[in-house]
Design a protein around this ligand. Structure first.
Ligand code: GMT
Length: 376
């Protein structure tokens, strides 16, 4: 099949899922065309993978560049000249409406190309709830040839926030267990935890919704009970605030900011615990990737996180913002080697449920269904 993928090319989870999905499809013989404004950070060279840049001109008349229109034109062009069978857009805003517009233009030219919209989270739970977006999101979801959500929780949220009549299929995010493995690096452990301290890690884009300050505050509480170090991977709007929190809490000596990393798993795989304190999280891909590396998770009990992090097995859950419970949970997992080993195994076992080789056929089956419905 010839598939066009639209996504955000940055470090966000939706872009990562779209890129890894495209790479996996290419590996299985499909031809995949990425249409984005920049090369996706996780995109690797492959003979079946092509990248088409959406370039927006900065004409002085425009205070706001018409990105959605340029994306639409590029989709029309790629669909027509590369013979796409299907467009798969990740994150509803503005990709679903751009795909719908491209579909209409192509149809006027005598060619019908179906499109699938995959909802990832904030396109529904935060940004999408802005009333100014509602009509266009509802419309483009209704007109998508299929809509998928990455968790049951996100599916429920979508029906709660949008007056949708159509069905939504849940296809969960996935992890490639060949890449994400339990491979602790002794040199890395020695560098960050030289005296055998417990090594905690958090990975995110440091937006307010991640509540990274809670990670730092709970870390201070945990350190009152055991020696520990904290690695913070990623960057974003809250970074300065979090650095200030570390200074106020007097934990700077034990907290390391590692910035954005293209392969965070190389560090995460050497850690003892992953912490995710989000206000809301449709899935929590970073937590799943940590689990695949044998790193248990302490996370908020919110959104799709309980579908990924099973309380008492792959880690522990706590109410959003309850830093005492978070610190107690972290201590419970890390307090002795017996517990660490039990949760480590639980994390790896749970990650296997989201193995790429189990999830990829779900997307392929959906593609077949959508394309054959169009032909019928
Ligand atoms: O919140 C992020 O980290 C970015 C965001 C995105 O769209 O890139 O992530 C959302 O999609 C991910 C992939 O499906 C999910 O794993 C995240 O849980 C989800 N983020 C939220 O719901 C806050």
């Amino acid at each position: 099949m010839r598939i066009g993928i639209v996504c955000y090319p940055t470090f966000g989870g939706s872009g990562v899922v779209a890129t890894e999905l495209g790479m996996a499809l290419a590996e299985k013989g499909h031809v995949v065309h990425f249409v984005t404004y920049d090369r996706p950070v996780r995109l690797r060279d492959h003979p079946n993978v092509f990248y088409h840049e959406v370039r927006v001109s900065d004409y002085p008349l425009f205070d706001y560049q018409p990105y959605e229109l340029v994306l639409t034109s590029k989709l029309v062009d790629v669909a027509r000249y590369e013979g796409l069978d299907l467009m798969h857009v990740h994150y509803a805003i503005p990709h679903a409406s751009a795909a719908w517009m491209a579909q209409r233009i192509l149809a006027a030219q005598g060619r019908f190309v179906p499109f699938i919209t995959t909802l990832h989270g904030t396109d529904i739970t935060l940004v999408g709830r802005d009333p100014s977006f509602e009509p266009v999101i509802t419309f483009s979801m209704e007109r998508s040839n299929a809509v998928t959500a990455v968790s049951e929780s996100l599916k429920r949220d979508t029906y709660t926030h949008f007056p949708l009549q159509r069905d939504i299929r849940v296809i969960p995010n996935f992890v490639c267990l060949d890449t994400y493995r339990h491979t602790p690096d002794p040199a890395l452990r020695k560098r960050f935890a030289p005296n055998g301290e417990a090594l905690l890690v958090h990975v995110s884009n440091f937006r307010a919704v991640k509540r990274v300050g809670d990670v730092v505050r709970m870390f201070k509480l945990l350190r009152q009970r055991m020696p520990a170090r904290l690695l913070l991977i990623g960057d974003g709007p809250e970074r300065q605030l979090i650095e200030n929190t570390c200074r106020q809490e007097g934990t700077c000596d034990a907290v390391h900011f590692l910035g954005k990393m293209t392969r965070p798993e190389e560090v995460v795989a050497s850690c003892d615990l992953f912490v995710l304190s989000s206000e809301t999280e449709s899935f929590g891909l970073a937590a799943l990737e940590a689990m695949a590396c044998g790193v248990p998770v302490v996370s908020s009990d919110t959104g799709g996180l309980p579908e990924v992090n099973v309380h008492g097995e792959s880690g522990l859950l706590n109410p959003v913002g309850d830093i005492e419970a978070m610190a107690a949970n972290a201590y419970e997992i890390l307090k002795d080697e017996e517990n660490r080993a039990r949760y480590r195994k639980g994390a790896m076992d749970q990650a296997k449920r989201f193995d790429l080789h189990k999830v990829l056929p779900l997307y392929e089956a959906l593609y077949e269904e959508v394309v054959s419905e169009v032909k019928a």
